[in-house]
Design a protein around this ligand. Structure first.
Ligand code: FAQ
Length: 311
């Protein structure tokens, strides 16, 4: 135990200042952040798949260019986050192995299929929207590299949400078939998007400690509520409805009440039994194998450059 290190860590946290990679930190802090940041990175990378599947089917050149840029942004987010995680002392190939071997989680939402073009709208609006609501407070996370990565990621996510909203707006104001397709996509994505915020507070083992460490600033339920309050008005502006009969304004609380979510489904999806878990992991493994030559070439080039510098 490092008493001076612990005292310094406690002071930094109590001043709401930042822990940097070379600072002493408790092993549990390092472990929990490595868990959260790496799972966040995995989510970004796996999260490319539902939308990447639609790039070849985008309805116009412009839509295709926007969607490609968006999916590439998600890859970039994964890379910033793996880099932030590595500063905590675990190598990226080990983090990647944890994902490939099923030892690490990624967000439940990406185990649902993207069935129609309207899903590109619903994903942008609801999934990126939930991601922003969850991640804006993480810009102030006590771990410096994570918070700084979040700032840039949130800016890009704002563009993503806006492009999704615009896809839905066009469809909602299009033909009756298009409007129906938009509504159907929202109906399917709504509840899984609310579950992105994690289990209810009463069932969230990490929340309390993460809040004491200034990693999380709000609880899962607080952020979920904030998101619901936000999207109700946005749905009205879209001319679409949210699929929850219990959704109604609660004057006393100053928030919208919403219906119970299916937490059994959530657990089952996280346990690997969602509609697309197998497909997503298979695709990731294949992509990793197909990228082996790139990693080998990069390593050979690095060795050659290092040898030349030493000579
Ligand atoms: N899915 O005690 P808590 C994106 C796990 S956004 C799967 O509440 P914590 C952008 C949790 O890891 C999506 N697992 O945990 C994009 C823990 O398991 P563990 C990614 C979940 O950490 C958009 C256990 O349950 N965003 O990718 C989920 O305090 C479009 C107990 O939970 C982030 O990762 C879930 N939904 O709170 C990309 C944000 N919820 O580790 C492409 C950063 C919980 O003990 C296209 N992360 N679990 O095995 C966080 O804010 C937090 O980690 C939470 C969970 C809020 C996700």
């Amino acid at each position: 135990e490092d008493l001076a290190g612990q005292a310094n860590f406690d002071r930094i946290i109590s001043e709401d200042s930042r822990i940097e990679p070379r600072d002493w930190m408790p092993a549990a802090y390092r472990k929990s952040l490595t868990r959260q940041v790496s799972q966040h990175a995995h989510s970004e990378i796996i999260g490319m798949q539902p939308e990447a599947n639609w790039i070849t089917r985008a309805p116009s050149l412009k839509r295709k260019a926007i969607l490609m840029a968006k999916v590439q942004d998600e890859a970039g987010h994964g890379l910033y986050l793996y880099s932030a995680a590595e500063t905590l002392g675990t190598r990226r190939d080990e983090l990647n192995n944890q994902l490939l071997e099923g030892r690490a989680k990624y967000s439940s939402i990406f185990n649902y299929p993207a069935r129609t073009w309207a899903d590109m709208g619903a994903i942008g609006w609801l999934v990126d929207g939930a991601a922003i609501a969850n991640q804006v407070p993480l810009c102030r996370a006590s771990y410096g590299p994570y918070g700084r990565a979040m700032v840039r990621i949130c800016k890009e996510e704002s563009f993503h949400q806006r492009q999704g909203w615009e896809i839905l707006y066009e469809l909602s104001n299009g033909t009756p078939e298009q409007k129906k397709m938009a509504q159907d996509a929202v109906n399917r994505m709504y509840a899984p998007a609310l579950q992105m915020f994690g289990p209810p507070d009463s069932d969230s083992p990490h929340s309390q400690q993460s809040m004491k460490w200034n990693v999380k600033r709000f609880s899962n339920d607080e952020l979920r509520q904030r998101f619901v309050d936000m999207i109700v008005v946005q749905a009205e502006a879209l001319g679409l409805t949210l699929p929850d009969p219990d959704l109604k304004w609660n004057e006393e609380r100053g928030h919208y009440d919403y219906g119970q979510l299916d937490w059994e489904e959530f657990s089952s999806v996280i346990a690997g039994n969602g509609p697309c878990n197998t497909q997503r992991m298979q695709r990731r493994r294949t992509a990793h194998e197909e990228g082996a030559w790139v990693r080998e070439a990069a390593a050979a080039y690095a060795a050659k450059t290092a040898a030349a510098a030493a000579a």
